[in-house]
Design a protein around this ligand. Structure first.
Ligand code: PAF
Length: 287
């Protein structure tokens, strides 16, 4: 596996691949790779001839007082895991490579509306940072396909919207959340949990499963959301939101909408955990 740190070297290698008519997939990550990330690389390998995985802890998507400095950086380990998975190129740029004039005053890509809701409401500017860095990576790599995890459901929807709005000719594929045996969604931030918190953490997913079953059985989403917030607080989480939305566009559902998703964010100790569960109203919840 090739590891590159600067943009000209990346472009040279990609030009060779394109000249050879190879299909290129991109897997953007912030590193500290776990089995969920490796599943994205494996999905990318099925979709393309060459897979580029990026590791960059993007300062633009962290707010003041968030965990930018503490975010785990494990590049050597990540490179080993990627090579073992069959990834072809690791691109690991520095802050200076990505933001040579600094972060302030950098041109941004902002998807209006949905960026300010759900996680965007409690993390102002977060999604602007995400869509800006993903747009830059799309421009650098110009992949045929890009693969993201569905754990970041709102992020995936915003990236799809950005690519459509800006006519980026890139297929955006979302892959199912990879979970630990007890149901906890894999996340680099799970490493912040103490042993006691880790034991309680699967309650987030269980709460979403109960909510989906209740709404499926006819409970109004708003009432089910309130019950879920209470259940999370009882389990020592500090819930940020629990919200039932339409799968298609993350708008609030009307009575006729059946394809729904419940999204939640909650703090447990130092970790802010997010999770979601798609379900069909009028059917048994799955996922
Ligand atoms: O999901 C992530 O890890 C990040 O938000 C992403 C898409 C790599 C952008 O920094």
């Amino acid at each position: 596996m090739l590891t590159l740190y600067d943009i000209p070297a990346l472009r040279t290698r990609l030009a060779d691949w394109r000249a050879a008519r190879l299909r290129i997939a991109l897997v953007p990550t912030m590193g500290n790779l776990h089995a969920g990330h490796i599943a994205l690389v494996e999905a990318a390998l099925v979709r393309a001839d060459r897979v580029v995985t990026t590791v960059f802890v993007n300062p633009l998507q962290f707010g003041a007082g968030e965990d930018l400095d503490a975010y785990p950086r494990t590049l050597a380990q990540d490179a080993e895991r990627l090579a073992a998975a069959g990834n072809h190129l690791l691109f690991a740029p520095s802050d200076a490579t990505m933001y040579p004039r600094g972060r302030d005053g950098h041109t941004v890509v902002d998807v209006p509306g949905l960026s300010a809701e759900l996680c965007g409401a409690s993390r102002p500017g977060h999604f602007r940072g995400v869509t800006t860095v993903v747009a830059k990576l799309f421009n650098m790599v110009q992949p045929d396909v890009a693969v993201f995890g569905q754990k970041d459901y709102q992020q995936l929807m915003l990236i799809r919207r950005m690519a459509a709005d800006l006519d980026m000719p890139i297929e955006i594929d979302g892959m199912p959340t990879v979970r630990e045996a007890d149901g906890l969604a894999m996340s680099s931030r799970n490493g912040y949990l103490t042993a006691a918190e880790r034991a309680r953490a699967p309650e987030l997913y269980r709460t979403l499963q109960r909510l989906a079953a209740a709404v499926t059985a006819g409970v109004e989403p708003a009432a089910a959301e309130r019950d879920a917030m209470r259940a999370l607080a009882d389990a020592s989480f500090t819930p940020d939101y629990v919200s039932v939305r339409r799968q298609a566009d993350l708008a609030l559902p009307g009575h006729a909408d059946r394809a729904l998703v419940v999204l939640a964010a909650a703090r447990l100790g130092r970790a802010r955990l997010i999770d979601n569960l798609e379900f069909e109203r009028g059917a048994t919840a799955t996922g």
